[in-house]
Design a protein around this ligand. Structure first.
Ligand SMILES: [Fe+2]
Ligand SMILES: [Fe+2]
Length: 237
């Protein structure tokens, strides 16, 4: 919670320093797959979070509801930043995509705990996606936007991890193992779909799709083990 509140000022400063008015120097060959890819992530980041807020409210913890509100606001900032990045690259936003529709529908039928599991898969994917773009994006504006977002996503993964760890604390071992298995199926499937769907931009920045999948799954392995295999822990790193 304190993290989200402190972040507001940091964001304003970092965002103001990104030169969206600069002329885009990216060659057509890299610009096209980058636009196609950013459009999809822009749509993915742009949910209004109503379902998540409703589920959080049902959990009956006002402090958590506030944190979720701030979390949703950060995701909306990501959508806004990607919209500006798209304009800078010369692209336009998209209003719907099948993968987003599946994701939204899936989350709609789930309770808070399962919704957070699905959401955190997307955030583990986001870590490698934005991490790759921030390191090897074709121009300073793309790299700056990606670096700005990946910082938030790292905190988001920790935020979901801690809540999910509490959520499973009292679950019996067989249930946790089943959850772990199903969670992995979703993670591997989603990561493979993203790697295929975004291979154009991954190729353009020299990020091998197999390496991307491996990087996502390494992060996911840490997350899922921390949630479901650690009994009790007080000191997260
Ligand atoms: Fe995000
Ligand atoms: Fe996020």
């Amino acid at each position: 919670m304190d993290h989200f509140e402190a972040n507001v000022a940091v964001h304003a400063e970092v965002d103001a320093a990104i030169d969206f008015g600069a002329e885009c120097p990216v060659e057509e060959r890299a610009r096209r797959p980058l636009i196609a890819s950013v459009r999809r992530f822009q749509l993915g980041e742009s949910g209004d979070g109503q379902q998540l807020l409703r589920n959080a409210e049902r959990a009956g913890d006002p402090e958590y509801v506030r944190a979720i509100g701030l979390f949703v606001a950060e995701e909306q900032q990501h959508a806004a930043l990607l919209l500006r990045l798209l304009a800078y690259l010369g692209g336009t936003p998209m209003s719907s995509h099948w993968s987003d529709a599946v994701f939204v529908r899936l989350r709609r039928v789930l309770g808070l705990r399962t919704e957070l599991m699905v959401l955190s898969v997307a955030e583990a994917v986001a870590l490698s996606y934005y991490g790759g773009l921030s390191a090897a994006g074709p121009d300073p504006v793309t790299r700056a936007v990606a670096a700005r977002i990946v910082d938030d996503e790292q905190a988001h993964v920790r935020f979901q991890r801690d809540r999910l760890h509490i959520g499973f604390a009292d679950s019996p071992a067989p249930l946790r193992l089943l959850a772990l298995a199903l969670w992995w199926v979703v993670a591997v499937g989603a990561t493979a779909v993203v790697a295929l769907d975004h291979r154009g931009v991954l190729d353009a920045i020299g990020y091998r799709p197999t390496r991307f999948v491996r990087d996502v799954l390494i992060d996911f392995a840490g997350l899922s083990a921390a949630v479901l295999l650690r009994r009790k822990s007080t000191s997260w790193t």
